[in-house]
Design a protein around this ligand. Structure first.
Ligand SMILES: Cc1cc2nc3c(=O)[nH]c(=O)nc-3n(C[C@H](O)[C@H](O)[C@H](O)COP(=O)(O)OP(=O)(O)OC[C@H]3O[C@@H](n4cnc5c(N)ncnc54)[C@H](O)[C@@H]3O)c2cc1C
Length: 307
């Protein structure tokens, strides 16, 4: 594995901003990824695995230690629907390759522009489904030891898993085994196409990291919001975008970054924005929402490096 020092991370993250990785490598095979993690876990150096960089905010001051870009792409599918995927595979490819052979369940994932590994960390999902479904086991390196673990290890919940805990555990995902349900490929393609259509109408073309804050679940607050749609009130769910709009920040700009006009919870890099500006706008927004509604917004996007 070739390790380079002081590599700018902006080209490797969808927000297209941020500083340099102190050390940077690319892992093309699971064996390389496992070896890097084992060595890093046994020493003191910090290790950050980067997938497609679609859910991270790397600090302008850089990321210490080793950043490994995971470009493993392997996938095996047997005739019982037993699927073993490398963690670097794009969710889109995972969906397309499994559905071609008549295995479904991943239709919702087609428009999520990330890797399987990154999806697991935040239990990525859409349209009432999430990546934690259909997993039978995961191969990981945990504290320097390579082994298969049951999905319970991950402690999945809404946009959360054990890998988001602070301090971050010494654990990375190498491969995932799924047991997928049978599907008629044509109807799965149709379903995925309909989801894509809905996304395209809502999502802006500028660089972003998708939804910035997590949606909030709080029945009392939901009931206090007179303009919240009744279906959301019933469930006690308040979309983060609704809260951003309610404090007058929809479309608000700060330097080169700003909230989306269509989708208020998308933080956009509009014109040579910086990670500091993103963090500052996020703080201003959290403060305003806390004052107006007594709700603490929690970021879905993960901050990397020195802050
Ligand atoms: C336009 C757009 C739309 C989006 N839509 C959605 C959506 O509908 N639903 C949704 O849930 N998300 C959405 N996202 C967010 C994002 O795409 C997902 O969270 C995605 O799964 C992240 O994967 P990634 O490979 O890009 O992760 P990265 O951003 O590269 O990494 C995310 C985190 O995971 C860690 N990590 C990555 N790989 C591993 C590994 N193998 N082992 C251990 N840790 C690892 C990283 O260190 C980092 O902390 C969207 C993003 C964009 C830009």
């Amino acid at each position: 594995v070739n390790i380079r020092s002081q590599v700018c991370l902006a080209p490797f993250v969808t927000l297209r901003l941020g500083g340099e990785a102190e050390n940077f490598a690319e892992a093309t095979t699971v064996a390389d990824l496992a070896q890097i993690a084992t060595v890093a876990h046994q020493g003191d150096a910090s290790l950050t695995v980067l997938g497609w960089g679609s859910n991270v905010l790397p600090s302008d001051d850089g990321v210490p230690g080793l950043v490994v870009r995971n470009i493993t792409r392997g996938l095996t599918i047997d005739d019982q629907g037993d699927v073993v995927a490398d963690s670097g595979i794009a969710l889109q490819d995972l969906f397309l390759q499994t559905v071609q052979l008549g295995w479904g369940g991943l239709e919702y994932a087609v428009g999520i522009p990330g890797s399987l590994g990154g999806a697991l960390v935040s239990n990525a999902g859409a349209y009432r489904s999430s990546i934690s479904e259909f997993i039978s086991e995961l191969e990981m390196v945990i504290d320097g030891e390579r082994r298969w673990v049951p999905p319970a290890y991950m402690q999945f919940s809404y946009r959360d898993s054990i890998l988001r805990q602070v301090p971050t555990p010494k654990a990375i995902v190498l491969r995932v085994r799924f047991r997928l349900p049978r599907t008629d490929p044509w109807s799965s393609y149709q379903e995925a196409r309909e989801y894509q259509r809905q996304r395209i109408s809502k999502q802006p073309p500028s660089p972003s990291a998708g939804s910035f804050f997590k949606n909030v679940t709080d029945r009392d607050v939901a009931n206090s919001l007179s303009t919240l749609p009744p279906t959301l009130k019933e469930k006690g769910i308040i979309p983060a975008g609704f809260l951003i709009e309610s404090v007058g920040l929809k479309g608000f700009r700060l330097g080169g970054v700003g909230w989306g006009q269509k989708h208020a919870n998308f933080m956009l890099n509009l014109e040579r924005g910086t990670a500091r500006q993103v963090a500052e706008l996020a703080e201003i927004t959290k403060e305003k929402v806390l004052q107006a509604h007594g709700v603490r917004l929690e970021s879905e996007v993960l901050y990397l490096g020195r802050w």
